[in-house]
Design a protein around this ligand. Structure first.
Ligand code: FES
Length: 165
């Protein structure tokens, strides 16, 4: 478990929202996926306590839920940053210097692939081709795509998000 995850685990998770989600879906067939999606939408990840509560309320084993969570890449078991910085490491981006962008993210934020800053503001992910090779090298911050990136442009983009709440 990463340091960020350990810190988050030390804080108690308020299960009120999880109970409300389960109230909403409890009698529905095939409720597990929408419940997990709603939990992640609310908490930003799937806290361990919500897995156990969901198991109790839906009358299934926690191990079954973990099976689903580890199978689907969209679910996250650790807290993630408010801003997800995705650095494309696909071939087109790689040959145009994506590695330097990854290094620069590490210098600026202190995180590399699959790591989250201590304040849970940024998570970095190295990803495969995101389908914008014409603009390589490319990064994304949440849903925004930034193409033809240079180290200088990356500094500006990251600085912009650092200034935002
Ligand atoms: S390789 Fe980066 S967008 Fe295709």
């Amino acid at each position: 478990m990463s340091e960020t995850a350990e810190k988050a685990a030390e804080q108690e998770v308020d299960l009120t929202a999880c109970n409300e989600i389960l109230d909403q879906y409890q009698d529905m067939q095939g409720a597990l996926m929408p419940v997990l999606q709603a939990i992640q939408d609310h908490y930003g990840y799937i806290p361990e306590e919500t897995v156990h509560l969901t198991a109790d309320r839906l009358n299934i084993y926690a191990s079954q839920i973990y099976g689903v969570l580890t199978f689907y890449a969209q679910f996250h078991l650790e807290p993630r940053g408010k801003y997800i910085v995705r650095v494309c490491m696909g071939t087109a981006c790689h040959v145009k210097g994506a590695g330097r962008l990854g290094d620069r993210v590490k210098e600026l934020l202190g995180i590399s692939h699959a790591e989250t800053t201590e304040d849970v503001k940024f998570t970095c992910e190295y990803v495969a081709c995101i389908g914008a090779c014409g603009m390589a090298p490319v990064i994304m911050v949440n849903d925004a795509t930034y193409g033809s990136m240079s180290v200088q442009k990356l500094n500006e983009v990251i600085e912009k998000y650092q200034k935002m709440d």
